[in-house]
Design a protein. Sequence first.
Length: 78
Amino acid sequence: MKFYIVKKAQQLEAIPANKELLQRYKNNHYSYVNVVSACNKEDALKRLNTEQKHSKKRLIIGANIAVISLILIICTIN
């Protein structure tokens, strides 16, 4: 079964691939992201391979590196 992935703010939703349903979501300020084939809604969200998932990981890793660097700088100054 095909699902449309739509997004509002940072929330992702999987809806059945129906043009009328997609239009209703767009009228509610959702934006179209992608279409995927999956068994159910949860599976559709798991199959979505977007940069959003990767950008969160990169942001967390970058923040951790920055914190560790600051701690090391403070320790070397003292």
